[in-house]
Design a binder for this molecule. Structure first.
Ligand code: THG
Length: 268
């Protein structure tokens, strides 16, 4: 299970302001708090900075690494931004977020995965666009699996993202993702599955309940990594409990230790 902390994203107003004012202390603190809360990787996304995304990524990577010594998840569709971030990564194995089945992205990003020996998030979309059905996702996953493994990428470094769409726009969006996880895991038992969970609840009230329940449902189907807010102690409790219930936490050691450290919320 990898927890990828999502909070350093310039689509969030607080981060956008900290980047604009070069507030290093603010960014460092958000990185540190996420690691203390249990994040294994820190995602860095400055996609809203269309005119200086490369420079912003470089500044954020350096700033975060001045606060924490954890690996980073460099989040951009742009190969130049990815390479700028990767070149500065100092701690552990970096993660590329993301490649897709689109010709351009495969041509430009696959060489970076190999060069930096990175883990890679592979979005289940291609030149045909966003997937609808579970089978559409499997088709893209097959194509990407072939290209990645032929290039020498180990299955253990591949994280398929089925792409979560809001259930407020398509009733069956959640169900198709659950089915996709099942059939991708059936075909490729050694790859990983990851997602940004909060898309599922977009446009609806009381989003946390949907995000938390969908985390349990996707874990049950075999998803094993999440891009989320690790400071959400309710969510972290659900993840620790769900791992233990699914037999992924021998002797419930992590569940107990995280409880003792106060890493998740107690429910009365
Ligand atoms: N898959 C992959 N990468 C991703 C995503 C995904 N990267 C970006 C995103 N989705 C995950 N990251 C975030 C970061 C912040 C927020 C949501 C997802 C966030 N959203 C606020 C909300 O939902 O209410 C709105 C922003 C605000 O604070 O103003 O904080 O799916 N591979």
């Amino acid at each position: 299970m990898l927890i990828i902390g999502e909070l350093i994203n310039t689509s969030r107003k607080v981060i956008n302001e900290a980047v604009d004012s070069k507030d290093e202390d603010y960014i460092k603190n958000v990185a540190l708090e996420q690691v203390k809360a249990g994040a294994d990787y820190i995602d860095i996304n400055c996609g809203t900075k269309v005119h200086n995304e490369v420079e912003t990524m470089e500044w954020l990577v350096d700033t975060v690494q001045n606060a924490v010594q954890v690996p980073l998840c460099i989040d951009s569709p742009n190969p130049k931004v990815l390479e700028a971030g990767l070149a500065l990564c100092k701690y552990g194995q970096p993660m590329i977020n993301s490649i897709t089945g689109e010709k351009n992205r495969v041509n430009n990003i696959l060489p970076l995965v190999v060069k930096y020996k990175a883990k890679v998030i592979a979005l289940c979309m291609d030149d045909a666009g966003m997937p609808e059905k579970a089978e559409d996702r499997l088709r893209v996953a097959k194509n990407l699996h072939a290209k990645l493994t032929e290039a020498g990428v180990s299955e253990n470094d591949i994280y398929f993202d089925p792409l979560i769409k809001p259930i407020s726009s398509v009733d069956s969006a959640g169900l198709e993702v659950l089915e996709a996880i099942k059939i991708i895991k059936q075909k490729y038992p050694n790859v990983h599955l990851v997602c940004g969970i909060s898309n599922v609840s977009y446009g609806l009230p009381n989003r946390k309940i949907l995000n938390r329940l969908f985390t349990v449902q996707t874990m049950t189907m075999g998803m094993d990594s999440y891009i989320l807010d690790p400071m959400d102690k309710g969510m972290m409790g659900i993840i620790y409990a769900s791992r233990a219930l699914l037999g992924q936490d021998p002797y419930c050691t992590d569940y107990i230790n995280a409880y003792r450290k106060g890493l998740y919320e107690e429910i009365n």
